[in-house]
Ligand binder design. Structure first.
Ligand SMILES: CC(C)(COP(=O)(O)OP(=O)(O)OC[C@H]1O[C@@H](n2cnc3c(N)ncnc32)[C@H](O)[C@@H]1OP(=O)(O)O)[C@@H](O)C(=O)NCCC(=O)NCCS
Length: 188
């Protein structure tokens, strides 16, 4: 792995980190895979990030080089019922058949969601995302984790499948968003 160290921050500190996070977000979401979709604009990201830092259990990790350059980030937070994170999921039939009653009920302790894992392009395929992911997950107390990934985002899908995540359905979280795959991972 390139010489990077991990720097985790929680909610209060996280609020001050929008500019640092946005710098990576702008860089990564300019890539052709994301097609200049307005859902990935800096303004839309600021709204989502501002909401995220207010959530319980918010943590953001930056992977930083010795010269102070942030090369990657990931963040997540704990779901509350008010966020209705599962509401728009179209479950795969096999998953639907085996879904335990109350699976989507949230009490503020059950599920951590990870809205972003972003590595600047020159630093990819060197284990940085994996290192951040494992570090983040090791501190979580929730039962399970959830995320959304674009179906044609092959590097991210490959990574998540290799790290024990499973696809449970598809979801278009808000009308202006693209359709994602919804993935989950049991933590304990
Ligand atoms: C997805 C992403 C975060 C992976 O970051 P990374 O630091 O390159 O990932 P790692 O080096 O830890 O790779 C972990 C595993 O992911 C898979 N993987 C990563 N890139 C891949 C690629 N281009 N093709 C196939 N598999 C890939 C492999 O299984 C890899 O393990 P391996 O190198 O031992 O084979 C990075 O490609 C990225 O930032 N992409 C753009 C933003 C994005 O799509 N984020 C996810 C949003 S949901």
């Amino acid at each position: 792995m390139p010489q990077v160290s991990l720097h985790p921050f929680t909610g209060v500190e996280g609020r001050a980190l929008f500019r640092a996070a946005s710098s990576i977000h702008v860089d990564v979401y300019a890539e052709p895979l994301f097609g200049g979709h307005p859902f990935f604009s800096e303004e839309a990201f600021e709204q989502r990030f501002t909401m995220a830092v207010e959530q319980p259990g918010f943590e953001i990790i930056f992977a930083r080089q010795d010269d102070g350059t942030d090369v990657a980030l990931m963040y997540g937070y704990t779901l509350t019922q008010e966020l209705r994170w599962w509401d728009e999921v179209r479950w795969q039939p096999d998953v639907m058949r085996t879904l335990p009653g109350g699976y989507t009920d949230e009490d503020g302790t059950r599920t951590v969601v990870i809205p972003e894992i972003l590595v600047r392009r020159p630093y990819r395929r060197a284990g940085i995302a994996r290192t951040m992911h494992d570090d983040f997950m090791a501190r979580r107390k929730e039962e399970r984790a959830g995320l959304r990934v674009l179906p044609d985002n092959l590097p991210a899908r490959a990574a998540y499948l290799a790290w024990g995540w499973s696809t449970v359905g598809t979801v278009c979280p808000v009308p202006q968003a693209p359709t994602y795959e919804c993935m989950v991972k049991n933590l304990h």
